[in-house]
Design a protein around this ligand. Structure first.
Ligand code: NAD
Length: 471
């Protein structure tokens, strides 16, 4: 199967092709047209035309609401077909792949309800003035997407951008660009004008960089790694292009003395082993009260050893990593941790399967070790004990990241006290990944800035304009 780019309402081929691998088998799965810098220029020009002609911004907002709801329905209709593609190109389980499409539909439904409620306000300045404040779209939004949740992360930015009246150019990830084309097909059928949504699959260093530096780009929404985020911010600085940065994390869950171990285990299962740990907000560190340390660590190790390992289509608990490079990088970090004196309690090896697997791994380390400081992006949980609440908070907050954090405990006052001291855009109490499309999400520190999800996010896609009239 060969996939195409989507530019100005047409599916377009290109002279060059990229091959997409199936990480579950290590074999080639499909090809996709590789976008060029010229394709990027065409996509930006199409989006600019939509902005200049006000095809999204100068219509009655209820029309955008209708298109958004049509898109949501179309996404739900292709969820099964899309899930199969996402599962094969990404290695994730079929159910998780389908959930990405369902979550994408939810973003469109949620922001459909906001498209016609972007109300301004009026400020009294005395009898001789009329003053009002409006929220207007930014214009052309360039959205750069990572490979781990390409569909739902794409929808997370695309939906509010369109609801707010922006035109969009999406740069899909090189490793998993296929399922996003199905998402865009569904959105395309919803009624939006030609050029409102464009999709390019090209390399980050050429096409992504070109889009970021371009004078037609009014906004950059980047989700990806810290090194790429830094490069993009340097490029964005030249034109002071407004940016949303959703970067990595090294998030910690604190297990207090009165924590319910069942809740901790459920959260370990989803927090670090969901998508084999390739999740920006993964619970990659567990900081445990010394009095419960042995009991909780033993339970976590038993859980890790009970997980099944296999391809996404086999619906196993642990699915393959995205690529051989990612597998190597995870193994390398585990080996380095061992050299630093960390103790592998279980896992840490490559199972005897074709595909890029790593066995679920629990490592006992100290807070300063690299494995406890840097994002691993694999099924690797670091466990550490603490003696006082203050120490627990210091360990949890003691990295350069600040995406999410969590606390487990049965005392309402203690969990809330600790939750309010934790560094992160979202703090979970007694359930990792609690929340949903309605709850704001984003980081502090090296995890980035700007918010996605929730009502607040739509204002990331708008500018405030005040009009002061002297009568
Ligand atoms: P990455 O930084 O390697 O690539 C992300 C995207 O940026 C890709 O589409 C890539 O082609 C593009 N890109 C690369 N160089 C570029 C450049 N110079 N200019 C413009 N675009 C460029 O990240 P990845 O490996 O795809 O994703 C994994 C990372 O993403 C992890 O660090 C993870 O934590 C992070 N992430 C963050 C969130 C969040 O919401 N905070 C969500 C998912 C993933």
């Amino acid at each position: 199967m060969h996939y195409l780019n989507y530019i100005d309402g047409d599916w377009c081929n290109s002279d060059q092709t990229m091959t997409v691998m199936n990480p579950g088998s290590g074999e080639a799965y499909a090809t996709i047209a590789k976008a060029s810098v010229t394709d990027a220029d065409r996509a930006l020009a199409a989006a600019r035309r939509v902005v200049e002609q006000g095809l999204l911004s100068d219509i009655r907002p209820a029309v955008r609401t209708e298109w958004m709801l049509n898109a949501a329905q179309a996404i739900r209709e292709i969820a099964d077909e899309g899930a199969l593609v996402a599962c094969r190109e990404n290695g994730k389980s079929l159910q998780d792949a389908k959930d990405e499409f369902i979550e994408s539909a939810r973003y469109f439904e949620y922001y459909a309800g906001m498209a016609d409620k972007l109300e301004g306000s009026s400020i009294p300045l005395g009898r001789e003035y009329v003053d009002f404040t409006q929220y207007v779209p930014l214009g052309v939004s360039v959205q750069i997407v990572p490979w781990n949740f390409p569909v739902s992360i794409c929808a997370r930015s695309l939906a509010p951008a369109l609801a707010a009246g922006n035109a969009v150019v999406i740069k899909s990830p090189e490793l998993s660009p296929l399922a996003v084309t199905l998402l865009v097909t569904a959105v395309e059928s919803a009624g939006f004008p030609k050029g409102a949504v464009n999709l390019l699959c090209g390399t980050g260093s050429i096409v992504g960089s070109h889009l970021v530096k371009h004078g037609e780009t009014d906004q950059i929404v980047f989700t990806g790694s810290v090194p790429t985020g830094r490069r993009i911010l340097e490029d964005a600085a030249y034109r002071a292009t407004p940016s949303v940065m959703e970067l990595g994390g090294k998030s910690a869950g604190i297990v207090l003395r009165d924590a319910d171990v069942k809740k901790v285990l459920q959260s370990v299962r989803s927090g670090i082993f969901f998508n084999s740990g390739q999740v920006c907000s993964a619970m990659s560190r567990l900081v445990i009260d010394q009095a419960r340390y042995t009991e909780v660590v033993d339970a976590v190790v038993t859980l890790a050893q009970s997980l099944t390992i296999g391809s996404g289509e086999s619906q196993s608990d642990i699915t393959p990593l995205i690529s051989a490079e990612q597998q190597y990088s995870v193994l390398d970090m585990i080996e380095e941790a061992k050299r630093e004196g960390a103790k592998v309690l279980t896992g840490g090896y490559v199972p005897d399967l074709s595909g890029y697997f790593i066995a679920p791994t629990i490592i006992e380390a100290t807070p300063d070790m690299r494995i406890a400081q840097q994002e691993v992006f694999g099924p690797v949980l670091v466990v550490m004990p603490f003696e006082t609440e203050q120490e627990a908070v210091a360990i949890a907050n003691g990295t350069d990241f600040g995406l999410v954090a969590g606390v487990f405990g049965e005392s309402l006052s203690q969990t809330l006290r600790v939750a309010q001291k934790l560094r992160g855009g979202q703090v979970y109490v007694n359930e990792w990944f609690a929340g949903g499309v309605e709850t704001p999400f984003g980081g502090v520190g090296l995890s980035g800035f700007g918010r996605e999800k929730g009502q607040e996010a739509i204002y990331s896609y708008m500018q405030t304009r005040n009009i002061a009239v002297r009568l």
